[in-house]
Design a protein around this ligand. Structure first.
Ligand SMILES: Nc1ncnc2c1ncn2[C@@H]1O[C@H](COP(=O)(O)OP(=O)(O)OP(=O)(O)O)[C@@H](O)[C@H]1O
Length: 320
């Protein structure tokens, strides 16, 4: 069953510089399309990974999913409820309670003056819920000790702090956890432990994850479905096996390999290089065409639509 339905989701930021008023005596309008026409479904109890380089719109989608940011166009529906448009406050409250978010930086997201116990139970306590023994139980469930409840965040390592963040998210008994680069601030050796923990907790609590990462290898073993973003657009979506064994979009191929690889015609393709374009003035047609080594004239003229191809969805004129 679908838990999250994202439909034609678009977010445009006004990045005009108001201080230019005085200088040029008129407000220079500029807009940045951070997310453009993105659609995907997240099945209940599955892991959907959103992958892309910095600035591809991953966090903006995450924020729209949890209701921190309203979409400019399109919609996010959680079990059929559109958080941005639903007028029944009780319904919005109930859906919000089902969603938690875990951030990249476990150092920044824990109040340094609070004991771990208070940090973990706060979301529940603030709603007047019963919290007796909750922190101790959750700490053990995330691989820490009940005794840690009386400590302060600075007494823990990065990986342990992320475990505390996970415990706090679990306290609300969520259905969906949006994880924004949850392991990228951690040492490589600790990353795997936290990912394994998240996998175990998912099965134990019947959770659904939207997992945001710039690193495909991080999500390879965990994701049931992977969406690849480029400059705010979904360019490919597939299961991990199809994506890793048979990447169809040249951008996915670039992400997967730093080494030269074969294209669809069996030719050697050097990995596309170059900078990510300016999102305020994105390239015409397929936004990836200036970096794409197999681009044809059509690629700069026409934006490729998402289409089904061998078990994947791909937005590329040339993928076959
Ligand atoms: N509040 C904002 N105002 C203006 N522009 C924004 C805002 N938030 C994000 N952006 C821009 O939107 C684009 C997408 O940003 P976003 O943070 O979603 O990307 P990301 O893929 O999560 O990148 P990163 O991994 O660096 O966080 C970027 O060009 C960013 O500069």
């Amino acid at each position: 069953m679908t838990l999250v339905a994202v439909r034609n989701l678009t977010r445009i930021f006004d990045v005009s510089k108001p201080w230019l008023n005085r200088v040029v005596e008129r407000r220079k309008k500029a807009f940045l399309t951070a997310v453009s026409d993105v659609s995907f479904d997240v099945a209940e109890r599955s892991v959907y990974a959103l992958v892309g380089e910095s600035g591809s719109g991953k966090s903006t989608i995450g924020k729209m999913l949890v209701g921190l940011l309203p979409p400019s166009e399109g919609a996010v529906k959680i079990r059929g409820t559109d958080l941005a448009r639903e007028t029944d406050a009780a319904k919005v409250d109930a859906v919000r309670r089902d969603i938690q978010m875990i951030f990249q930086d476990p150092f920044a997201s824990l109040n340094p003056r609070w004991r771990v116990r208070d940090i973990i139970v706060e979301p529940v306590a603030s709603r007047g819920g019963e919290t007796e023994g909750m922190a101790e139980r959750l700490l053990e469930q995330v691989g820490l000790s009940a005794r840690d409840a009386g400590k302060f965040p600075h007494e823990f390592s990065g990986g342990q702090r992320q475990r505390i963040c996970i415990a706090r998210a679990l306290a609300s008994e969520p259905k969906l956890i949006v994880c924004d680069e949850p392991t990228s601030a951690l040492d490589v050796s600790v990353q795997a432990q936290v990912l394994n923990l998240m996998s175990d907790l998912k099965d134990e609590f019947g959770l659904t994850y939207l997992f945001i990462s710039h690193d495909l290898t991080v999500v390879q073993h965990m994701a049931d479905r992977i969406g690849v973003l480029y400059l705010g657009r979904l360019v490919e979506e597939a299961g991990p096996d199809a994506l890793f064994d048979d990447p169809k979009h040249p951008y996915t191929q670039m992400l997967l390999s730093a080494a030269p690889q074969l294209d669809n015609f069996g030719r050697d393709v050097p990995p596309p290089t170059g900078e990510i374009p300016d999102p305020i003035n994105p390239p015409t047609g397929c936004a990836f065409h200036p970096r794409c080594s197999i681009a044809q004239p059509v690629c700069s003229r026409e934006r490729p639509e998402m289409r089904d191809l061998r078990g994947a969805r791909v937005a590329c004129h040339l993928a076959e």
